[in-house]
Design a protein. Sequence first.
Length: 410
Amino acid sequence: MHEHCVIGGIGEPSARGYAIRIYKKHDKISGVIGMLNTRQKIILVDDNMSNLAIGKNMLKTFYEVYPVPSAAKLFECLERFVPDLILLDIEMPDIDGYDAIKLLKNTPEYADVPVIFLTAKSDEGSELKGLNLGATDYVSKPFSAPLLLKRIETHLLIASQRKELKKHNDRLQAAVSIKTKQITALENSVLNIVAELVEFRDSVTGGHVTRTQRYLQCLIEKLLEENLYTNDVLGWDIDFLLPSAQLHDVGKIAISDAILNKPGKLTDEEFERIKAHVPIGVDAIERIEENTEEHEFLRHAKIIAGTHHEKWDGSGYPLGLSGINIPLEGRLMAIADVYDALISERPYKPPLSIEQAEEIMEQGRGSHFDPALIDIFHMVSGQFADIVNFYKDGVSMIIRPTGEQVAAFA
Ligand SMILES: [Fe+2]
């Protein structure tokens, strides 16, 4: 039976790289099976063959050198691997060094590879031109071996430090991004819970929060299809707007159960109290805003909570805004909110049929609701009815900011 072998261990460095050894069982070295080439790769580009030979001889002890006679060959070579450094002659037929470096710097895969120009030219102007095009350094021909090696060593060190720094920054950015997501998720779940609690207090309206978000989604999708209020809608981040709608009645948390669940007609004083849920909700959202960097979700939430009881003819509350002075989010929420109230059972009324609800919505055209949005409502009223049927029986699903739906209090 064959003994088990494992590959392991990297031997001492040599001019060719590092040996990979095979270890037999019990760690006994069996032999070298190959070389792990860890040496840095340099492409040397020069149309003069003797320069290529001299350059290769100078560098081959320390680096893996790939001599190529033209810029065209350089790019062929780059298709196979990305070197650690390029030594580039300036004066070459066809593509000269300046054009070659422009191509290199405009290609993201190679843009960070340090390029040292090799040139017989030593005038200031040509050096400046090369450096302006992105060359790392200049070395004059004929080469001085110690100087060339020192320059290469320095630039490889700088490039590797830059790579390390970039890796470090990428790691930091990734860590910050994960942390931000965690914090946002935590903030959003707290907000979800608040919305769920508001809805849960008013047990007969189970599913209201979910359904109103769904109605809003239908209305917004239809607006886009019909090219209506497109400028407003395209400026929104729907992934934030839809979940933010669940906070529209968050101010109800401060309204007493006796008023919220009163079976009979409200007195004027009680109605004033109910109306207070709007400024209370806005105030609560503003207080959250003060303590967070997140604004998109809360910006929509505040607009919706603050304007969903305004009416097109100016007879709504709390500000008595009219027409398009009412933010579109508020005009849309008014439709979603009232429609859902109509089809739902409330302590003071039985649920209306879908047909009755649609009729009452139509009666509100131009008085309660934006007439253009009532047209949109009729276009999607079938979808509204489907939503009513889907989320009936008090099943309450919450749409998280991630788009995920989760049961709240079924
Ligand atoms: Fe409300």
